[in-house]
Design a protein around this ligand. Structure first.
Ligand code: UTP
Length: 512
């Protein structure tokens, strides 16, 4: 579309303010603004304004009809079938040995709550060595590759804001000993922000306020980056998905992978039993025979507090954003129209996307731009009211101190109801989940470091070491275990047993 036509289309859509400062921009500034404007799907913005921004009265809430708790496979110690867990584990290990599994980290978030200046994955998180989140994952992935005799491919979704810094960080640290040809960073898509009247906001006189399209954008970013094709050519059909902020995560969990594969699932999830009724997590439920996640903010308190006859919480299965995703399910969810239909098991490869940037010589695209309406149709957008830096009528910067507009995000768990045979398994929180979300208080660097040390202490105690711990299991002295020494109780115990002389567990013990 010619620039004049483009500007005219914004004016007729009531979005002419995007070009308010056109006259003051030089040629490069105009070209940059036009390039951004071409990313915008005005029909999509109009639809989101209509459904999410302008319609405050009578907005249909989340559909809570016919909800029941989702069936979950419990851990053997909580009543699960130990033989089933063993079979799942064996199936997962076989898949790992066959090289069918890839690792996927979503790291495109803005991390505003933590308030750290840099990609969150570069944040120092371990108790003694101050290793970054990326290093922790890299070492776990390397250790799993060695254990199963197949080095793993690692896919990392970044954002436009943090992509270069992320790549530089990996290069500066020589990919933490991983084969750089197996570490793939690619950007997620962006969405424009609007004010409460639905007008697209400018971040500066020459640029729109754009932000990452949510972790739900990961499915189409996987597709449009070429990651799914790369997986296919490498024989990888299963992705282990987790968030960048959780150092306790088992990046590669054979039992989880096995449950997913044995069920023939499109997308599977881990849950932890909620700590208390009002805990702020999503709830795994069943609706129309499909697994769905209902956020705490969408579930009435009375429902959150419902109990079973034995007094336990009825809606107890809390979501911790850990999934296994089938490659072709991701491809179908990235594909738009078809993705609206429930899963049939008859999966169709996607056509090429005109908005994707050109493949590099390796066929892999680290740049994913735009948000074609077709792809956006697959997952719903959610509204988030935020403080959005913008400009006033004279083009001067405005830093609001209260929310002044709306960002649009997709959530990855909205893909679950489209998946066939979706599996939910229980995991022990202490072994899988202690995220770094806030600078202080709950889910902060302090709580996460303590949870890591509790885990190391449990492994040491289980392996027969003498460890002084307090009532919460926290060791008296700071300890740290490199994932290359052991990344779960079992791998730790194997390695510990081979140590010719066992070190005393005192302040500063680091096992590598
Ligand atoms: P959060 O919901 O914690 O959001 O993301 P955030 O942006 O990182 O942090 P706040 O809310 O601004 O403090 C959960 C996970 O999803 C990823 C994040 O990187 C994190 O791993 N994410 C989130 C994306 O990859 N892209 C997004 O657009 C949003």
């Amino acid at each position: 579309m010619h620039t004049d036509q483009l500007i005219a289309s914004f004016r007729s859509a009531g979005q002419g303010q995007v070009f308010s400062f056109w006259e003051s921009l030089d040629a490069a500034g105009r070209a940059a603004l036009v390039a951004q404007a071409r990313e915008i799907d005005l029909a999509e913005v109009a639809r989101l304004n209509r459904t999410l921004v302008l319609k405050t009265a009578g907005v249909a809430g989340v559909d809570l009809s016919g909800l029941t708790p989702a069936p979950c496979t419990m851990l053997p110690e909580n009543g699960g079938d130990a033989a089933q867990w063993s079979a799942a584990r064996a199936a997962g290990e076989a898949a790992l040995r066959a090289g069918r599994v890839g690792v996927f980290t979503v790291a495109g978030g803005q991390g505003t709550r933590l308030g750290y200046d840099g990609p969150k994955g570069t944040f120092a998180v371990t108790p003694l060595k101050g290793k970054s989140l990326f290093q922790v994952f890299a070492e776990k992935i390397k250790a799993a590759g060695l254990r199963y005799g197949r080095p793993l491919h690692w896919f990392i979704m970044t954002s436009h804001a943090n992509h270069e810094q992320t790549e530089q960080f990996f290069a500066a640290h020589r990919y933490f000993g991983l084969d750089r040809a197996r570490v793939h960073c690619f950007r997620q898509g962006r969405m424009p922000a609007v004010d409460f009247a639905g007008k697209l906001l400018l971040e500066s006189p020459g640029s729109l306020a754009l932000s990452p399209d949510g972790h739900g954008g990961s499915l189409r970013a996987l597709h449009r980056s070429g990651a799914l094709d790369l997986m296919q050519s490498e024989g990888i059909d299963t992705l282990s998905y987790f968030q960048v902020d959780n150092p306790l995560i088992r990046c590669v969990d054979p039992a989880f992978i096995g449950f997913h594969l044995l069920a023939g699932s499109g997308m599977s999830s881990k849950m932890v039993p909620k700590a208390y009724a009002e805990e702020k997590v999503g709830h795994f439920c069943l609706q129309n025979g499909k697994v769905v996640v209902i956020e705490y903010s969408d579930m009435p308190l009375a429902m959150q507090r419902e109990t079973n006859p034995d007094g336990s919480l009825r809606y107890s299965a809390g979501s911790i954003a850990i999934h296994i995703i089938d490659r072709e399910f991701a491809r179908r969810m990235a594909g738009g129209a078809d993705a609206q239909k429930p899963e049939t098991g008859n999966l169709k490869a996607e056509d090429s996307d005109p908005n994707a940037s050109l493949p590099s010589s390796s066929g892999f695209r680290s740049q994913v731009s735009g948000f074609p309406a077709a792809a956006a149709a697959a997952l719903p957008f959610h509204r988030a009211d935020k403080k959005i830096a913008t400009v006033d009528a004279a083009g001067r910067p405005v830093k609001p101190d209260k929310p002044n507009g709306v960002k649009f995000e997709m959530f990855v768990f909205d893909a679950l109801p489209f998946a066939q045979n979706s599996v939910v398994i229980e995991t022990a929180r202490a072994d899988d989940f202690s995220p770094v979300k806030n600078a202080e208080g709950v889910d902060s660097p302090k709580t996460s470091k303590e949870d890591q040390m509790r885990q190391f202490a449990r492994w040491l105690l289980a392996a027969g070491a003498k460890v002084e711990v307090d009532a919460t299991g926290l060791p008296a002295g700071r300890v740290e275990v490199s994932p290359l020494f052991g990344y779960d109780a079992e791998t730790f115990a194997e390695r510990w047993s081979r140590l010719p002389a066992k070190p005393a567990v005192t302040e500063g013990l680091y096992l590598e």
